[in-house]
Design a protein around this ligand. Structure first.
Ligand SMILES: *[C@@H]1O[C@H](CO)[C@@H](O)[C@H](O)[C@H]1NC(C)=O
Ligand SMILES: *[C@@H]1O[C@H](CO)[C@@H](O)[C@H](O)[C@H]1NC(C)=O
Ligand SMILES: *[C@H]1O[C@H](CO)[C@@H](O)[C@H](O)[C@H]1NC(C)=O
Length: 486
């Protein structure tokens, strides 16, 4: 079943967005500017702005296979290629063909971690609009695992120099057999020197293994790059799950009955007191109709905008390093943002998380960051489940969903539980809460909890998810053991 992934981007705030990294990066940029050669202004920005060409010259030395092949293609097919424009702000077209078995992402190489500009299906071809001196590298789709030229054991890269050049991702292109490599030359060294290997071990081991080995040998990145070695429950210090059999029922019963929860206006939509057609007790579904304030809702929406709404993705297959491919979903047309970094620190966001900690008795370390959702005209999320049968990753299954309606919706946008026949209308301040697992086995999903977001007919729908896991989520996420890497 599709499981919601964190968008690019974005697990706990990637450290390159942190103040300390921005500072380091500024120092690096400044030092490049200070060593600028007199002739040096060239375009190395995909969008045509100018900086130094020093890095470009270094780049040239590494560009091999794809560039040579494109040059050959030009020579062998006279008249198909012309000189690139001299004006560095003038764009031109080249072609790219994917002969490999991989679906590939094209990254504009910005001398940092690169920026995805397009993707290309296996066997497909693509016209790319580029500027002089742009350079590119190629990865498997959805992760930054570079595709290599296997003979040269060198990452596939290209830098267009002629109009109409044809670059080919060769048939035998594949991720390198050597997993402990740096995916980004300069950025990896800079981060590793700055001590990021211990600060963000998951991301750094997977993206900058070689530099971590060099600058933080005690971390043993070369061994930990294997997700099955790094991500054991022992390494992640996973001990007691937060729920034992029976705890789920006890918690929902308390919410439904205890006077201390009356202030939140609990409303039981389904409970084990009711029986289905086969005489089996129904699962719990409840709403708290007065769970948070308009100010708190606004904080989450603003925080989502700060973090940036992206088209929602689902998680795909996992590779050896423990990365999950991100797949743009056709069953899900909404946008979402992960409330990390500055968003997470907003006072309204803090109070909301604290309240959920109080009512559940489960500490924040078991929560994924808020995922803020934006559904506009006709957007929807088809039937899905928030968990899977038995989730083998260290955090274990998602056990509880707190779904917060951050806006009223004029028409549509209901949450429908497909197998239970329950519809919940969006209402500002309402929290919809349901378990994804079974009372008697909290490490196994309850397959009756499929649900969907009905299309918004009129108005806009804002909402947010807090997903709570059976075990610690924070530690495994930092170590790259949740499938997401920012
Ligand atoms: C390069 O692109 C990445 C990904 O979009 C971005 O985070 C980074 O800030 C960019 N770096 C530079 C130097 O432009
Ligand atoms: C597990 O505990 C050890 C010892 O306290 C600590 O060094 C390590 O960072 C912990 N791992 C995680 C994932 O929190
Ligand atoms: C290019 O990528 C796609 C993945 O979409 C893959 O199936 C295909 O085989 C690759 N190669 C070619 C030549 O398309």
């Amino acid at each position: 079943m599709p499981k919601i992934s964190r968008g690019k981007k974005k697990a706990p705030k990637p450290f390159w967005q942190s103040g300390s990294f921005i500072f380091c990066a500024s120092v690096v940029v400044l030092s490049i500017i200070l060593t600028l050669e007199p002739v040096a202004v060239m375009v190395d920005d995909y969008f045509g702005t100018t900086t130094s060409n020093r890095a470009l010259q270094q780049q040239h030395r590494r560009l091999g296979g794809m560039n040579e092949a494109a040059e050959r293609h030009c020579q062998e097919n006279p008249g198909t290629c012309t000189e690139a424009p001299e004006d560095i702000h003038t764009s031109f077209q080249v072609h790219l063909i994917n002969k490999s078995v991989y679906r590939a992402d094209i990254h504009w190489d910005n001398d940092s971690t690169g920026q995805v500009i397009s993707n290309i299906e296996a066997g497909a071809s693509l016209d790319l609009t580029v500027f002089p001196a742009n350079k590119f590298f190629i990865t498997r789709h959805g992760v930054k695992e570079g595709l290599f030229d296997p003979l040269a054991n060198r990452p596939l890269r290209f830098e267009p120099t002629k109009v109409g050049q044809t670059f080919v991702i060769p048939e035998n292109a594949a991720p390198s057999d050597d997993k402990c490599i740096d995916r980004f030359d300069k950025a990896c060294q800079d981060y590793a020197k700055a001590g990021k290997c211990w600060e963000q071990p998951g991301w750094m081991i997977v993206h900058c293994c070689q530099s971590c080995n060099e600058y933080s040998p005690e971390l043993d990145a070369a061994r930990l790059i294997d997700g099955s070695v790094r991500c054991t429950k022992e390494n992640m210090n996973i001990t007691e799950p937060v729920w034992k059999p029976g705890d789920l029922d006890a918690l929902f019963t308390k919410w439904a009955n205890d006077p201390e929860f009356k202030q939140f206006q609990p409303n039981v939509l389904s409970s084990p007191d009711q029986f289905d057609a086969n005489g089996l007790p129904q699962p719990w579904v409840i709403t708290f109709d007065n769970f948070f304030s308009q100010e708190e809702a606004q904080a989450l929406i603003e925080g989502g905008r700060m973090a940036g709404f992206d088209r929602s993705t689902n998680q795909g297959k996992t590779n050896d390093q423990g990365e999950m491919e991100m797949v743009t979903s056709t069953t899900r047309t909404s946008s979402n943002a992960w409330c990390i970094g500055d968003c997470q620190q907003l006072p309204g966001v803090r109070t909301m998380t604290k309240r959920i900690e109080q009512v559940t008795g489960i500490e924040e370390k078991n929560y994924e960051p808020f995922q803020v959702l934006e559904y506009q005209d006709k957007q929807f999320y088809k039937m899905h489940h928030d968990s899977e049968g038995r989730d083998p990753k260290p955090p274990g299954n998602r056990i509880l969903t707190f779904f917060l309606y951050l806006s009223n919706v004029e028409e549509g946008g209901e949450t429908q539980f497909n197998k239970l026949g329950i519809y919940v209308k969006p209402k500002l301040g309402r929290a919809l809460v349901w378990p994804s697992v079974r009372n008697e086995s909290p490490d196994f999903w309850d397959d009756r909890m499929y649900h969907e977001a009905m299309p918004v007919v009129r108005g806009e729908k804002y909402a947010a998810n807090h997903w709570i896991h059976l075990n610690d989520y924070e530690g495994p996420n930092r170590w790259g053991c949740t499938g997401s890497f920012a």
